[in-house]
Design a protein around this ligand. Sequence first.
Ligand SMILES: *[C@@H]1O[C@H](CO)[C@@H](O)[C@H](O)[C@H]1NC(C)=O
Ligand SMILES: *[C@@H]1O[C@H](CO)[C@@H](O)[C@H](O)[C@H]1NC(C)=O
Ligand SMILES: *[C@@H]1O[C@H](CO)[C@@H](O)[C@H](O)[C@H]1NC(C)=O
Ligand SMILES: *[C@@H]1O[C@H](CO)[C@@H](O)[C@H](O)[C@H]1NC(C)=O
Ligand SMILES: *[C@@H]1O[C@H](CO)[C@@H](O)[C@H](O)[C@H]1NC(C)=O
Ligand SMILES: *[C@@H]1O[C@H](CO)[C@@H](O)[C@H](O)[C@H]1NC(C)=O
Length: 301
Amino acid sequence: MHLPSIPILLLSLPLASAFPGPSRSSSNSKASRASTPNPIPTIWLAGDSTTAPDGGHNHTEGWGQYLKYSFGSNAFVNNSAYAGRSARSFTREGRFDRIAAAMSPGDFVVIELGINDGGRPLNGSTSTTGDKGRADCPGAGSETCTVVFNNVTEVVQTFPTYIEAAARKFLSLGAKSVIISEQVPNNVWESGSYARTPSIFSYYDLLVTERLGGPAAGAYFVQHGSYAAQAQKLLGPDVVNANYPMDHTHTAPFLADVHSQAFVLGLKCGTSPLANLVVNATARIEALRGPCLPANETLPI
Ligand SMILES: *[C@@H]1O[C@H](CO)[C@@H](O)[C@H](O)[C@H]1NC(C)=O
Ligand SMILES: *[C@@H]1O[C@H](CO)[C@@H](O)[C@H](O)[C@H]1NC(C)=O
Ligand SMILES: *[C@@H]1O[C@H](CO)[C@@H](O)[C@H](O)[C@H]1NC(C)=O
Ligand SMILES: *[C@@H]1O[C@H](CO)[C@@H](O)[C@H](O)[C@H]1NC(C)=O
Ligand SMILES: *[C@@H]1O[C@H](CO)[C@@H](O)[C@H](O)[C@H]1NC(C)=O
Ligand SMILES: *[C@@H]1O[C@H](CO)[C@@H](O)[C@H](O)[C@H]1NC(C)=O
């Protein structure tokens, strides 16, 4: 006898306990398009190699792969992060749109980008030359840069414009929260002593969260970079250096898991309803990864 396919199970059995584990098969995307919330929400991840499945390749891993362990059977995680992407290329390639098409009301979306967004758009770039079609137009507002990329004229927007547009789309489709997550740092022990400087994209993340209306509008900021830096500081140089096998950006599985826990800590130290679905007690996470950090005074988290 053949078992019914997952979509049939989904439609006929509303009980959460009907699912053996936290991974949701891609064939569920059809059921996900229903207009009513799923009994178990999905957390959709948009990001780059620091979040993505298989990380930056070569046995590295993205933190998004470990997020499910902090939610048990309370939520599914769909890691739609993809190596090499920036806010600009994630948008141009329809990656935000694909999440929008597959999500259901009541789902959560986490957006963490920035490591591939620097520089400025160059005329005549291709996927392998120039800015590789990744650099955003510099600025915090509605500035645009017109360039030819892969022989096509592209009106490039700023980082805040891309992230805000994606977040507004998810919220308009009924996302319970959109979480704008700060990019994780490079190896904080790279120079031999601890050093961490947030990038301009940390500031842009805050700015976007504020423009979206903050928690009152379902938009939350998680200081993921600060929490990941704190966790790396506590681990010390030997462990951290050993977990950057390829360069100072891409993490071995152990450190990717730590970065996932750092994200969850940041979430639990704020007020997003997603924090309520975490299976771990805040004190237990703090004991390993460090305390809750002070938040930006001008923006509630
Ligand atoms: C995540 O969602 C996308 C878009 O619906 C889908 O193509 C992909 O297969 C999903 N991934 C998993 C692991 O379910
Ligand atoms: C990944 O590993 C392969 C084989 O060792 C190597 O040729 C390649 O340069 C590595 N890629 C990066 C980006 O380090
Ligand atoms: C790219 O070239 C076009 C003309 O071909 C020009 O209008 C545009 O300003 C240039 N963009 C940049 C960023 O140099
Ligand atoms: C761009 O156009 C040139 C000249 O027509 C062509 O040789 C090249 O393959 C094109 N590149 C892309 C990425 O389409
Ligand atoms: C707090 O956020 C605002 C933007 O919303 C920014 O101008 C300010 O610099 C931030 N403060 C700190 C300490 O990061
Ligand atoms: C929560 O507990 C699970 C199971 O022990 C563990 O895998 C996960 O990393 C924990 N999460 C955090 C944030 O500590």
